[in-house]
Write a protein that binds this ligand. Structure first.
Ligand SMILES: Nc1ncnc2c1ncn2[C@@H]1O[C@H](COP(=O)(O)OP(=O)(O)OP(=O)(O)O)[C@@H](O)[C@H]1O
Length: 304
């Protein structure tokens, strides 16, 4: 249903995402993991046609046969919020503070041709579907009257309003506390028609997704069913991610990395696994960071 083939993203002459290919079938939930700066968000934003100015995508991506890359903005506007939609990390910036919740959920439907009255009624229905209490009452509230978790549910209701074929979530629960996070993740797993779920948290991806793609330095370096990737990681970077995460796959020992590299959260400060390049990010050549000598920072940006 979603097919991405040879996706590349660049800013000027700098390649930020390279040769990314994957597919998501109907009903499938796929995680996209990788450290900060590995290209997860740019991959998602390319599919949504929402790349920042000066950043361009190449390659091919289709959703149910419809092209997503290199198509005019007018066409993308029709697809966005209808065929595919996205939930971002910070709902407060996405919601209009001056508009009632119900009206904001209804708006995405009227923009795509639904009658105003019908859209209002369905907005209340959707607020109930994302398990918000007293949806009729809540529809009349403003964003600041809701908790962070409630606002994120509103964003999910907006994303689902036109029954999209694919939902993309970019760190949707990072700002929420743990119990709220868990309920939100369960809800996303339940209601998503098909899902691309971006996170740096391996435990979250294991809870929500069936398959995972691991990004490193702008490329997908590994992919497969969660159980397989998390219990038998093939790429050293995935091993590093697992070792540094709070996730210990059931039935396995915490992976250790060969070559004298510290395991299980012992990466020193400045490690490429934890931090972005301290120099200009975009020029950092993030080659595999583990060497025979152990841990190494892979930034090849000239010192100073
Ligand atoms: N507008 C831009 N111009 C130039 N470089 C950019 C731009 N936006 C992002 N980048 C760079 O592209 C790389 C990938 O960024 P991206 O936001 O996709 O990473 P990410 O994996 O989503 O990270 P995070 O988990 O921190 O959101 C980073 O090195 C980032 O600095």
């Amino acid at each position: 249903m979603l097919t991405v083939d040879g996706l590349g993203v660049r800013a000027g002459s700098t390649e930020l995402v390279r040769e990314v290919s994957f597919a998501i079938g109907p009903g499938e939930r796929v995680g996209l993991i990788g450290e900060s700066g590995s290209g997860k968000s740019l991959t998602a934003l390319s599919l949504m046609g929402l790349l920042p100015e000066g950043v361009t995508a190449t390659g091919r991506a289709t959703l149910a046969g419809r092209d997503l890359l290199g198509v005019p903005e007018r066409r993308l506007k029709r697809l966005r919020g209808r065929d595919l939609s996205m939930v971002f990390q910070e709902p407060m910036t996405a919601l209009n503070p001056l508009m009632r919740i119900g009206a904001q959920v209804a708006e995405v439907m009227t923009l795509h041709g639904r009658g105003r009255r019908e859209a209002r009624a369905r907005a209340v229905e959707l607020l109930g579907r994302v398990r918000l209490p007293e949806p009729e009452h809540l529809a009349r509230a403003y964003p600041h009257q809701l908790s962070g978790g409630q606002r994120q549910r509103v964003m999910l209701a907006i994303a689902l309003a036109n029954e999209p074929e694919l939902l993309i979530c970019d760190e949707p629960t990072t700002a929420l506390d743990v119990t709220v996070q868990k309920r939100m993740l369960d809800l996303i797993a339940e209601v998503a028609p098909a899902l691309l779920f971006i996170t740096h948290d391996l435990a979250v991806v294991a809870a929500v997704c069936e398959r995972v793609l691991v990004m490193y330095g702008g490329r997908v370096v590994e992919s497969g069913p969660i159980r397989e990737v998390f219990t038998r990681p093939r790429h050293r970077y995935t091993e590093g991610l697992l070792a540094a995460s709070r996730l210990t796959p059931r039935g396995t020992r915490l992976p250790t990395i060969s070559g004298g590299v510290p395991a299980a959260g012992h990466f020193p400060d400045g490690c490429v696994f934890r931090n972005r390049c301290p120099h200009a990010d975009a020029q950092c050549e993030t080659a595999p960071a583990l060497t025979g000598e152990g841990h190494a920072h892979a930034c090849r940006h000239p010192a100073g």
